[in-house]
Design a protein around this ligand. Structure first.
Ligand SMILES: Nc1nc2c(c(=O)[nH]1)N(C=O)[C@@H](CNc1ccc(C(=O)N[C@@H](CCC(=O)O)C(=O)O)cc1)CN2
Ligand SMILES: Nc1ncnc2c1ncn2[C@@H]1O[C@H](COP(=O)(O)OP(=O)(O)OP(=O)(O)O)[C@@H](O)[C@H]1O
Length: 219
């Protein structure tokens, strides 16, 4: 397997050479996202939101995020989640510190820190994430073992410590962002599933085992 960030690939899994390899690979992935043609993004958004929603029927509380224009699922994801009969939480970046707060999704979203869109209603603390059956997690890439590479703020690694052990953690990525290996650090919180435009849902063998609310539903 090619080594996308240029690090040495250990046989059979993710490796623990940490922060430096992550930084280089993030830059590469962000550049690739920026260069993706608008038509590809739109097609991917339709495929990802269709697949995601089909697997979310029955979830009562879903924590998600408002994707930026270059992120997979943009710009359809917030409106698609709004069509579900579920309570949808979106992250709010605090003025200080790296603990995400949460607010119920509203039709109107306003630009918060880093220009990311946030709901306008009351804010809840980090532990509100424990009300979520499903957490849709942003990722720049995900490995087949469930290791997730984020934007590097450490926001989601901290936030996911508040998720219920049985919550389904699902990342949305473009097809070429589901990779065989990613640099991992001990604090990284694995995801239990990934949705890509071409394959739809893929369960990943992420420890600890997360229950899947779709297990009793036809796929
Ligand atoms: N749409 C969306 N919302 C999201 C995330 C995401 O990935 N996508 N996040 C996923 O975690 C959180 C925000 N994470 C972020 C991580 C790094 C930077 C960032 O641009 N950092 C700058 C400057 C750092 C600083 O000023 O301290 C940088 O790295 O250059 C922004 C947001 C919460 N909301
Ligand atoms: N649970 C944690 N407690 C304290 N520090 C943490 C925790 N998780 C991550 N960090 C720190 O946050 C920084 C960014 O971590 P990392 O590179 O894993 O972020 P990421 O997963 O890519 O970002 P994000 O979660 O915002 O998408 C690192 O310096 C890391 O040491």
């Amino acid at each position: 397997m090619a080594s996308p960030g240029g690090w040495a690939v250990a046989a059979g899994g993710d490796h623990h050479d940490g922060a430096q390899a992550k930084t280089a690979y993030r830059r590469e992935l962000l550049a690739r996202r920026a260069a993706r043609p608008a038509g590809d993004r739109a097609a991917a958004a339709a495929a990802i939101t269709d697949a995601l929603l089909a697997g979310l029927a029955g979830a009562r509380t879903i924590a998600a995020y408002a994707p930026e224009p270059v992120e997979p699922g943009a710009p359809l994801l917030p409106a698609a989640l709004d069509r579900l009969d579920a309570r949808v939480l979106l992250p709010v970046i605090p003025a200080t510190g790296r603990q995400l707060q949460w607010a119920v999704a509203t039709a109107q979203l306003v630009a918060g820190r880093y220009g990311l869109l946030e709901p306008v209603g009351p804010r809840f603390g980090p532990s509100e994430l424990a009300t979520a059956d499903v957490v849709v997690v942003p990722a720049l890439a995900v490995s087949r073992a469930g290791v997730r590479l984020g934007r590097g703020g450490g926001y989601y690694d901290r936030a996911l410590q508040h998720a219920r052990p049985d919550a389904l953690l699902v990342a949305l990525v473009f097809d070429d962002e589901l990779v065989d290996h990613l640099p991992a650090e001990p604090h990284d919180q694995p995801v239990s599933a990934v949705v890509t435009p071409s394959t739809g849902w893929l369960r990943l063998p992420a420890p600890p085992a997360h229950a899947d609310p779709r297990d009793d539903q036809p796929r």
